[in-house]
Design a protein around this ligand. Structure first.
Ligand code: IPE
Ligand code: IPE
Ligand code: MG
Length: 257
């Protein structure tokens, strides 16, 4: 079902009622969707069962991001290191990806969502690459939310690719600035995430956006990814809004007053 788009005023009212400041919404939220295997194991099922149930959580995140007015959500869906998992699991994940893209593309477009992917996409099966290409077209009207899937992605891979490209362009060492790196990463046209969420109780970054998360706020939750719902996303936004972002400056004496 398509959620009717609501007016800005109505959205602000709803957010305030939920204890969220509509004027301090992070523009970009990055998520490490973790815990599918453990979720399935607890139910005596194969790991793939957990991955399949994770799709509903993605739907919830898309809805929540649209409601909050978040502009970009990056979802870590498959890491470079995940290729080391058993072939059956990798194949099942790739099939699930294709199926989800096929099933959800129209609905996402109608909601103003544009899909794209970052990572070593050429390493993905042909069918995945084709569906990702198709999904990239985006909605007919205004883009309200960009959903970026990190697939066959790792930050170290991305950085090596960026450095290689910089060297090919023949820049001198003095010409290389932080902004040069920014421009050569896969996320060149995206703002850095202000908030990173990781589910499943793990407190690590697992080779995800090492450069772009330099000043992000981290929200860790023990909720396993297939159980992650809109309310958990809202909890993360509220947690973010209680943080004092300092960027190396002195604490603000008025924070939290
Ligand atoms: C996250 O869940 C999904 C992927 C990494 C593809 P996991 O599959 O890592 O599940 P756990 O962490 O083993 O429970
Ligand atoms: C990180 O989860 C990768 C994704 C969520 C796609 P992992 O489950 O692969 O990470 P580790 O092995 O616990 O660090
Ligand atoms: Mg995991």
């Amino acid at each position: 079902m398509t959620t009717p788009r609501i007016s800005l005023k109505e959205r602000e009212r709803l957010l305030r009622a939920a204890g969220i400041d509509p004027h301090r919404i992070p523009e970009h939220v990055a998520i490490i969707m973790d815990g599918n295997g453990r979720w399935a194991k607890r139910r005596g099922e194969a790991r793939v069962f957990g991955h399949a149930h994770g799709v509903e959580s993605v739907r919830n995140v898309v809805e929540a991001a649209l409601e909050c007015g978040v502009r970009v959500v990056t979802l870590y869906a498959f890491s470079t290191e995940n290729w080391n998992r058993p072939k059956e699991e990798v194949d099942a994940l790739m099939d699930l990806l294709v199926k989800t893209l096929v099933d959800e593309a129209v609905e996402l477009g109608s909601k103003g969502v544009r899909l794209r992917a970052i990572g070593d996409l050429t390493s993905l099966p042909q069918a995945c690459q084709e569906e990702l290409e198709r999904a990239k077209k985006g909605p007919e009207g205004e883009v309200l939310l960009d959903v970026v899937l990190a697939l066959s992605y790792s930050a170290k891979w991305e950085m090596v690719e960026a450095i290689r490209q910089i060297m090919r362009e023949g820049l001198s060492p003095e010409q290389v600035l932080p902004s040069t790196i920014d421009k050569h990463l896969q996320t060149a046209d995206l703002p850095d995430p202000e908030l990173m969420i990781r589910t499943s109780g793990e407190h690590r970054i697992s080779n995800f956006m090492l450069w772009q998360l330099a000043y992000a706020e981290f929200h860790f939750t023990s909720v396993l990814w297939p159980d992650f719902r809109k309310k958990h996303f809202m909890d993360a936004i509220r947690d973010f809004q209680h943080r004092e972002r300092r960027f190396g400056a002195l604490p603000n004496p008025n924070h939290g007053r």
